[in-house]
Design a protein around this ligand. Structure first.
Ligand SMILES: NC(=O)c1ccc[n+]([C@@H]2O[C@H](COP(=O)([O-])OP(=O)(O)OC[C@H]3O[C@@H](n4cnc5c(N)ncnc54)[C@H](O)[C@@H]3O)[C@@H](O)[C@H]2O)c1
Length: 265
């Protein structure tokens, strides 16, 4: 494990960022979480440091000054989890409002780039570091969340080009692409009836949502020397969403008993 410096987690107050910060801290890392709304993640060990200032990943001035101040206060960043993000709003193409487009692309793509570049340049100068960008299966598929899918496809592409840029400088850059993940925010959407768990899971080969801790496990592994020869990859953590999505065009996904829609094949 990279235990000689700190691990910076953006969007670490909640969700996948929070789950990653907690897991990293429990495994002995020094973790600093940042967020646009800084809060101690629920159930975080006392060792997790919450950076108290607003850290809006879409703001270049805030990211530059923030990264400098964090390193000055807590030491060099040797691992970065780029988890800050906002979900896409569902719209038909003709109804997309450009302020929504700009917000999603600014946070999900531009923000991921800004933080990865600012931290990665410092890691490359020190010849050491690992970055994990949180993309999405939405960046590899089609859906009525047009800005979000484009932004996440951009994150996957950026991961590849950053891996090429900094490979010889000792910095690895990888992405994880979660499928639908049962964060507090997603669960609230299900509970309110705005989202349907059946719909969210029907195309996943494993027939279920992903847990935030399952995404965190992949992130922790990609930051660790266990993945020392891996850079530029995009690892889906999706309970088989990508594997299962096309089966509905054929005969559908089989249940645990091998039957499809209650019938033997
Ligand atoms: N939950 C899912 O189903 C799912 C699936 C695929 C990908 N993702 C991606 O995972 C990442 C984390 O999402 P999550 O589900 O944990 O969401 P979440 O809403 O639970 O957490 C996101 C965190 O990012 C913070 N944030 C939002 N805008 C920010 C900004 N401009 N600067 C800094 N922080 C900001 C929020 O305050 C929040 O704490 C996102 O990039 C999201 O696109 C989530």
């Amino acid at each position: 494990m990279i235990k000689d410096g700190i691990i910076l987690v953006t969007g670490g107050s909640r969700g996948i960022g929070a789950a990653s910060a907690i897991m990293l801290a429990e495994r002995g890392h020094r973790v600093v979480v940042t967020d646009i709304k800084p809060e101690r993640p629920t159930d975080a060990p006392a060792s997790v440091i919450v950076w108290p200032d607003c850290f809006d990943v879409a703001r270049e001035d805030i990211v530059s000054a923030g990264v400098e101040a964090i390193e000055k206060t807590h030491g060099p960043i040797t691992g970065l989890v780029n988890a800050a993000g906002v979900f896409g709003k569902m719209h038909s193409l003709d109804r997309i409002r450009m302020e929504n487009w700009d917000r999603e692309v600014n946070i999900d793509l531009r923000g991921t780039f800004l933080v990865a570049r600012t931290v990665g340049v410092r890691m490359a100068a020190r010849k050491h570091g690992a970055i994990v960008n949180v993309a999405s299966v939405a960046g590899m598929t089609s859906g009525p969340i047009h800005a979000y899918t484009a932004a996440k496809a951009g994150v996957i592409q950026l991961t590849l080009s950053m891996a090429g840029e900094w490979g010889r400088a000792g910095v690895r850059v990888n992405a994880v692409s979660p499928g639908f993940t049962r964060t507090v925010a997603l669960q609230a959407g299900i509970d309110s009836g705005a989202m349907s768990e059946e719909r969210l899971t029907r195309n996943a080969a494993m027939g279920r949502l992903v847990q935030p801790s399952e995404v965190a496990e992949a992130i922790v592994w990609l930051l660790s020397p266990m993945s020392s020869a891996i850079t530029g990859v995009n690892l889906p953590v999706d309970a088989g969403f990508l594997a299962g999505s096309t089966w509905d065009s054929y005969w559908g996904l089989p249940n645990s008993d091998g039957k499809i829609h209650g019938k033997t094949r």
